[in-house]
Design a protein around this ligand. Sequence first.
Ligand code: P6P
Length: 338
Amino acid sequence: MIFHSDTSIVTIDRFIIEQEALFPEATGELSGILYDLAVAAKMISSKVRRAGLIDILGAAGSDNVQGEHQQKLDVIANAIITKAMDHGGRLCAMASEEEEGIIEIPPQFKCGKYVLLFDPLDGSSNIDVNVPVGTIFSVLRRVTPGEGQGRVEDMLQPGMKQVAAGYVIYGSSTMMVYTTGHGAHGFTLDPSIGEFLLSHPHIQTPTVGKYLSVNDSYERHWSEPVRALMRRYRGLDDRREAMNVRYVGSLVADFHRNLLGGGIFVYPANSKSPEGKLRLLYECNPLAFICEQAGGAATNGKGRLMDVVPSALHQRSPLFIGSKCDVDTATLMLKDDR
Ligand code: P6P
């Protein structure tokens, strides 16, 4: 355990190095992945912060001031991460919400022993109305033999096999929160020096939540056990205090508020989306890893989310994630839900 006095300025680079030093067998490859992700996060943050200006700065349909063809920001974020991560020699493949198949490492670069899965800019439709959006990432160790290109089988591992996971929230400030299985730690970007500084060491989420994040316009499509669970969270069955409903429709923003303040985010299966909406591998699992490291929990309604063995790269999952008592209530009340 490294102790930082509350007066010391700890950059994410220093924190990564100190964490690595705790593990003599560490080769530094995972640290390199985290460094490069922090750089990509700063680049995406710079783009997101100027989102509202791109139309003003670049006449419609032409290149904008940076000479980029005007593209959707999630496409730009996807390219930023791919280009930041493809040459470091630590990854043998990547997968992105923006790409149907896996992303191979260009032949001129060495392949490494990890795979990276990511949602480059989740909730990007919120950008136009200035609601916070986020990047979510998950790192797994390859399981296929050899040292060449990774394969989709390397991605289809349960969440408990993640070696690192995290997210970046582009909100009132840009924060990166990650875990390597030794606590969940938050870093806030100081734009005046372009550095992520340790601002939330060893995040612990409250055991009982204050906030309920759910889009209840789907209520008529939920099963009866799910409806009963929402009534419980709302205090309507007199079994608990009513939770405050907070839902901005941006997963990372809703998750982050609940992680720090205590709460539960739920996106149940419904008759229109029988597997829910959110993606297991690069949305649910990385947030579940962070949440468990912060003392919270995550379930798909049937059991621990990180036990689910995936069968497809972009498969969806119902998600109940946040304060442990509230997730346990979901598991209890949904156990007979077919
Ligand atoms: P709904 C954004 O499109 C997103 O993927 C998540 O960020 C967010 O939590 C969810 O979908 C919102 O979905 O159906 O409530 O609009």
